[in-house]
Write a protein of this length. Structure first.
Length: 199
């Protein structure tokens, strides 16, 4: 009888270990699949710590390269390619990047453009305007660090690519200036590819 009880106890313990192992594996898998990651992890909450690497894509028949972090969700909305960086620690606070292509011949340096400063309170203001022979970059922000908006136009011949980066966080964007520079770096990385990327 004692032997039977010991065997039963051993089987029960083994079963618990098995269930525990399965639960741990399931939890690890869920964590790996959750591209929001752990908000307590600085590399997630502070986006500027996420490394960027070149990604090749195509929009409107125009091939381009852009530097992005891992875990970006790509989508297509009409003539736009959307690149969702799902890493923020607040629902709705994930930064978004969109790329669109225009085939209309126009000169970047005389191109009419405006930054939508919206009706935010406190109001957004122009933080940076960088004009180059083939591109313009404009950044708007809020002084309370709750909003960053970057728009860059870059021209190659008669083609123009537009990169937009925006991020909003009701508690303020952590490490605001570094994240702002990170968003600008993403749009500044956009270049034309000589040929469409291979599938």
């Amino acid at each position: 009888m004692m032997i039977r009880m010991l065997v039963a106890a051993a089987i029960a313990v083994a079963g618990c270990d098995s269930k525990s192992d399965k639960a741990s594996t399931a939890k690890a898998t869920a964590a790996a699949n959750d591209i929001h990651g752990d908000p307590a992890n600085p590399s997630v909450a502070d986006l500027s710590t996420l490394p960027l690497k070149p990604v090749h894509d195509i929009v409107g028949g125009v091939a381009f390269t852009i530097a992005l972090p891992d875990g970006v969700k790509r989508g297509v909305e009409g003539d736009y390619v959307t690149l969702e960086i799902r890493r923020a620690d607040e629902i709705g606070a994930d930064p978004s990047v969109s790329i669109t292509a225009s085939l209309a011949a126009r000169e970047i340096d005389v191109m009419e453009f405006s930054v939508n400063l919206g009706d935010d309170q406190p109001p957004r203001h122009l933080a940076r305007k960088d004009v180059k022979p083939d591109s313009i970059l404009v950044t708007s922000v809020r002084n309370d660090t709750e909003f960053i908006g970057v728009v860059r136009w870059v021209r190659n011949g008669d083609k123009v690519l537009t990169c937009s980066y925006s991020q909003r966080h009701r508690k303020g964007v952590k490490n605001f200036e570094a994240v702002r520079a990170w968003g600008e770096k993403i749009c500044e990385s956009v270049t034309f590819d000589a040929a469409p990327p291979h599938p």
